[in-house]
Design a protein around this ligand. Structure first.
Ligand SMILES: *Cc1c(COP(=O)(O)O)cnc(C)c1O
Length: 459
């Protein structure tokens, strides 16, 4: 693969390679470190949980990683996804800006998440793994992985946070339809779950507890591995099919975006859309702004600190260098469940630290206002997470109007909101509140972190 190629696309318009931005970063991310010694840990530490192919991708510095043909074959079920010029939204806003969105909601489970779920299921099947465990909160990731495991004949066990299990029965049934076993967490299946239940039989569960259960099962069974839907490098890389397609589609439209916008939870859909454009900045001196849109109630990028921190809430993972509010930070219950993560992927964190990408925070009421404006203009009802990107895109369009400039704005409509209508109901009923954390709340959350800013180098 020639390094000078601007994008990688076969004649059927599905990319042949994933793009790994690490190859082009001026400062590579710092290594994961051991929670006690604070020394860098090697990829072998991940071997009990992930197949070798994914561990290699996790530490890869190659710019392009070939997409296996069986994975492209599954992608073909819904890819390439449409790039749409939102002309009716432009009219509704009366803006000279050109607004484009890339729509990932047409995937089987309704979001961008199958782009990595399918790849992860494939490599696990290749290495003889029989079953994958994972956790899910709102249910987007659990459904994507259930679909993906089914396509490669793998078993799938999803630990679903108990409150969601009870409040979102249709997400659970979706997973069941694809053959997955869905277990309300905390459960009696694991030591971690039993310990919680012994203290509190009515525990509503949390993502942290569900992670502990899924990891415990994978670590204790040689035929079972574990899978994550965001944050990790290989996950971000898999999502770059989105941006590569968008780049070609923008060229077909005869435009290059001035700004690329995506909502931000752990960073995967943001990375997926923006990294192929960021590549043009890093290699060809283009100046495309890449803007991550996060909720004001969980503002790790705009108000967090850059520190080593645990990837999970319980403190079981290696320490990762990232923007974080501290792993014990509990965000207010906002309805964009997918954006409540305390930290951020290490690649995105390093890029933000180096000023190569930007971030802003959007309140949930502004985000729902934007989502409803969008739905009225373009027809599609967006996932609450995607509403943050729409709100940021509308802000940019308003600025373009003030400046009288035909700026080109591209955003990721990373999922539809058909399973999230209860959140819209709460918004219509006026039950959503503005959530702005005080500086004291941020300081208190971050003060609990006693982790280092630099690795300790082994002697
Ligand atoms: C999971 C999810 C997110 C947040 O995760 P990222 O890794 O930041 O993309 C955003 N939107 C949707 C629709 C999701 O399912």
């Amino acid at each position: 693969m020639s390094e000078s190629k601007k994008y990688v696309l076969s004649e059927d318009r599905i990319p042949t390679h994933w793009y790994n931005v690490v190859a082009d970063m001026p400062n590579r991310p710092m290594p994961p470190i051991h929670p006690q010694t604070h020394e860098p840990i090697g990829p072998e530490a991940l071997a009990p949980l992930f197949p070798m192919a994914l561990i290699q991708q996790e530490v890869s510095t190659d710019p392009w990683i070939e997409i296996p043909e069986p994975v492209r074959d599954i992608y073909r079920m819904w890819r390439p996804t449409p790039l749409v010029r939102a002309r009716r939204l432009e009219q509704a806003l009366d803006t000279p800006a050109h607004l484009y969105f890339k729509y990932e909601g047409g995937s089987p489970s309704g979001s961008h998440k199958p782009n990595t779920a399918v790849a992860q299921a494939y490599y696990n099947a290749q290495e003889g793994v029989e079953r994958i465990t994972t956790e899910t909160g709102a249910g987007q990731w659990g459904s994507a992985l259930s679909f993906a495991c089914q396509t490669f004949g793998l078993g799938c066990q999803v630990y679903m946070v108990k409150v969601s299990y009870e409040q979102k029965p249709y997400r659970k049934l979706m997973m069941n339809t694809w053959g997955a076993e869905v277990i309300a967490s905390p459960s009696g299946r694991t030591a971690a779950g039993r310990a919680i239940l012994a203290q509190d039989p009515d525990s509503p569960g949390s993502l942290g507890i569900a992670i502990s259960e899924a990891v415990e099962v994978a670590a204790g069974d040689e035929h079972t591995k574990y899978s994550l839907g965001s944050v990790l490098n290989h996950v971000l890389t898999h999502q770059t099919v989105v941006g590569q397609e968008a780049l070609v589609q923008m060229e077909m439209a005869g435009e290059l975006p001035d700004v690329v916008i995506a909502p931000f939870g752990g960073g995967s859909n943001f990375a997926g859309l923006s990294f192929p454009f960021l590549r043009l900045n890093l290699r060809e001196g283009k100046k495309i702004r890449c803007l991550a849109s996060e909720p004001t109630s969980c503002p790790k990028l705009t108000r967090g600190v850059f520190r080593y921190d645990f990837g999970d809430t319980v403190g079981m993972t290696p320490l990762l260098p990232m923007y974080t509010l501290g792993h014990t930070f509990v965000p207010a219950r906002i309805h964009a469940g997918g954006l409540r993560y305390h930290g951020a992927g290490v690649i995105v964190s390093q890029l933000l630290k180096d000023g190569l990408i930007e971030a802003e925070a959007v309140d949930q009421i502004e985000s729902f206002e934007a989502g409803v404006t969008f739905a009225k203009a373009e027809g599609i009802i967006p996932a609450p997470e995607a509403n943050h990107a729409i709100a940021s895109a509308i802000r940019e369009a308003e600025r373009a109007k003030e400046a009288g400039e035909a700026r080109v704005i591209l955003f990721n409509l990373c999922g539809h909101g058909h399973f999230d209508m209860a959140a819209y109901e709460a918004y219509f009923a006026g039950e959503l509140e503005r959530h702005e954390l005080t500086q004291q709340q941020i300081d208190d959350a971050v003060a609990k972190l006693d982790t280092p800013t630099e690795p300790v180098m082994a002697k």
